[in-house]
Design a protein around this ligand. Structure first.
Ligand SMILES: Cc1cc2nc3c(=O)[nH]c(=O)nc-3n(C[C@H](O)[C@H](O)[C@H](O)COP(=O)(O)OP(=O)(O)OC[C@H]3O[C@@H](n4cnc5c(N)ncnc54)[C@H](O)[C@@H]3O)c2cc1C
Length: 233
């Protein structure tokens, strides 16, 4: 396995090439800050884009869904897919409307899906997805029954090609606009997790586990590692 995905006609970034990254470290860091992706595929000549959660393990992305799902059944046929993950980091407000932009980290992946059918492999993939969202949760739950596993399809997408695009920093105004009287700068975005809301049917005085409280504390910097340095300022 090389450190980089080779740029090809499919994954080579053409626009804003200075924002392009092909190394696994950068691409996987972005993927590991998220758990929501959008999967694009063509079904009966109709392009479809579906939001879904995922888990990454090495060069494999696992997704799951109802066994009856159109997406899962179509992807299981080996259709080529495109998968996108986007993290919003801020609004870039320039002096000109033209130069307004977004600070972001995004990844696009190309690959094909293979059904995961063997029971142990399926449970493992479901744990990878669960861990991507919240580590320790899978261990701290009732495990799927045979019926629940049968009702759930799991697909493994081997990442064949990938690219990342990252925009960060201040507005990129034209030199001639710098003396204009308009304010310019960045509105940073982060995502935060809020304190838990107990299930009303929870037994009295049951406290959330420590790993859930820790997750809430860490969430902002898990999703946006730069939030930590900003907080310190
Ligand atoms: C939050 C956000 C908002 C955006 N808003 C706009 C907008 O309003 N208008 C606009 O034109 N563009 C916007 N972009 C950029 C957009 O995603 C494309 O990069 C851009 O439109 C160029 O498209 P293209 O088809 O010419 O890409 P090309 O550069 O021709 O794409 C070739 C290959 O480069 C890679 N690639 C392209 N874009 C991305 C990406 N974003 N992330 C990872 N890999 C990529 C893919 O592998 C793709 O197959 C936005 C991106 C993000 C993340």
């Amino acid at each position: 396995m090389t450190d980089k995905f080779t740029p090809t006609d499919r994954n080579r970034v053409m626009r804003m090439r200075d924002q392009a990254h092909y190394d696994r470290t950068t691409i996987y860091e972005i993927l590991d800050c998220a758990f929501l992706c959008h999967i694009g595929f063509v079904h009966k000549e109709q392009p479809l884009v579906m939001p879904t959660i995922y888990g990454r393990e090495g060069d494999t992305i696992y997704i799951h869904g109802a066994a009856a799902s159109r997406m899962m059944n179509n992807l299981a046929q080996g259709l080529p897919i495109s998968l996108a993950v986007t993290l919003l980091d801020g609004l870039v407000l320039a002096r000109s409307s033209f130069n307004h932009s977004i600070n972001y980290r995004s990844v696009m992946i190309f690959g094909t899906a293979i059904p995961v059918v063997e029971k142990a492999a399926k449970v493992h993939a479901l744990k990878v997805i669960s861990d991507q969202i919240m580590k320790q949760r899978f261990e701290d739950t009732r495990k799927p029954t045979g019926g629940e596993l049968a009702a759930t399809s799991v697909l493994a997408v081997k990442i064949d090609e990938a690219s990342a695009k990252i925009r960060k920093g201040p507005p990129d105004d034209d030199e001639g606009d710098l003396t204009l009287p308009y304010w310019a700068g960045v509105v940073p975005f982060t995502m935060v997790a809020h304190p838990v809301i107990n299930d009303p049917r929870l037994e009295a005085n049951k406290q959330p586990p420590a790993y859930v409280n820790q997750y809430i504390d860490d969430f902002e910097t898990m999703v946006t590692p730069t939030a930590k340095s900003r907080k310190k300022k």
